[in-house]
Design a protein around this ligand. Sequence first.
Ligand code: SF4
Length: 394
Amino acid sequence: HCPVGALRERDDTERAFAALADPQTVTVVQVAPAVRAAWGESLGIGREQATVKRLVSALRKMGFDYIFDTTFSADLTIMEEGSEFLGRLKTRGDNPLPMFTSCCPGWVRFLKSQYPDLVGQLSTAKSPQQMFGAVAKSYYAKLLGIEPERICCVSVMPCIAKKHEAELPTMNSAGCGHDVDIVLTTREIDRMIRAEHIRAGELGEEEFDAPLGEGSGAGVIFGATGGVMEAALRSAYYLTAGKNPDPDAFRRVRGMDGWKEAAFDLNGTPLKVAVVSGLGNTRRLIEAVQNGKARYDFVEVMACPGGCSGGGGQPILEGEEPAGVRNENLYGLDQSSKIRFSHENSAVLRVYRDYLEKPLSHRAHELLHTDHRLWKMPLSPGASGRETAEPDRT
Ligand code: SF4
C-alpha cells in the first residue's frame, strides 16, 4: 500500500470547478508552503516570476472568494505542537520520548501500518492543512457571519496523501462534514490555471486575504525537510527562555541529508533531535531507536525525500530532482520575512485571544488535535481503500 498515496492519484479539478460555479458556495482556498516554490515549473514560468503573490492573483482570477496561506496554520501547529512537546519533556517518565511530528500523512500511515506500538508517540497536533480547515469552518465562518456548511474549503498541496488525510473519519471537528472538502495538488492547480487560459506569468502580484493569510518565515520553511523542527525549536526556546533566540540558531537541522541529528541547549535543558526524510531513512532511524543505538527527544519525519518540496503532487521534471533548489527558495523567503517566529504571527495571536484562549485549551484540543488511534488502516490494497472509523486496538 503506497503510504504517500501516489499510486492512487485522483483528479479533483472538476469538483473544484463545480464549487467555484455555485453561487451559494463560499470558496476558501489555502496554499501550502511548498507550493510557492514549484507552481510555476509546469507552466513554464521562471522562479523569479513565479512568486506566491502571482499565484494569489491567478486564484483570484479563477474566482476563489477568499485566498489564504497555510503558513498561518503552520504557525498555529507550532504553537500547539511546541507546547505539547514541552509538556512531554517535563513528564518524560510518563510519556516515552522521542515525540514524533505528525504533519505528514504519508508518515502517519507508515507508522500505523509498520510500527503500530509507536502511535502513542506521535504528536496529537493535526497537520496545518487540517488545522486550517477546522479554523475556517468555525472561527472564520463566525467572522463571516455564515453557516459553516456554506464554506467549501479547498487546499492546494504538494501532496497526494493529503487527499486521504482530509477524508479521515476523524477530520470533521467543526461539526459539518469534512473540515477540508477538496484537496488539489500543485499539478492540479496548474492544470486549472491552464484550463482557464490564465497567463499567470503576466499577472500582477496580489496579497493574501486577511486574517488567515498571515504567516511567518518559520511557517514557510515547513515545506523543507527540517523546517518543522527548526520552527518548533525557535518557539520552544522562546517559551522556555522568555526571549527570542537568533532565528538561525537551529540551522544545523537544514540541508538535504536524509537523516540529520543535532544537540541543542534549550535554556538549560539539553535536547537531542533528529530529522529524517524518505521512508527508508525513517525505518533505519526507528530501528536504531528501538535497538538503543540512538536516543532522541524530538524527531521530525517527512515521507518524501527533501520534505514536501519534493512531494508527490509537485510538478514532475523529467530527469531532475528539484527539491533542494525549491528548499533554498523557501529558506530565502524565511530570511526576507518580516516575522520569523510562529509565536509572533499576529493573526494566530488574535485567534487565541478571541476564540481558542491558549495553546492546548479545551477548544484547541477539540479543533486542532486528534487521536491517531481512532481510525483504522484498510486491511489490504484490495479492500475499499478507505480508512474506517473503527479504532485501532494498539
Ligand atoms: Fe505529503 Fe509532504 Fe509527507 Fe510528502 S512529505 S507525503 S508531500 S506531507
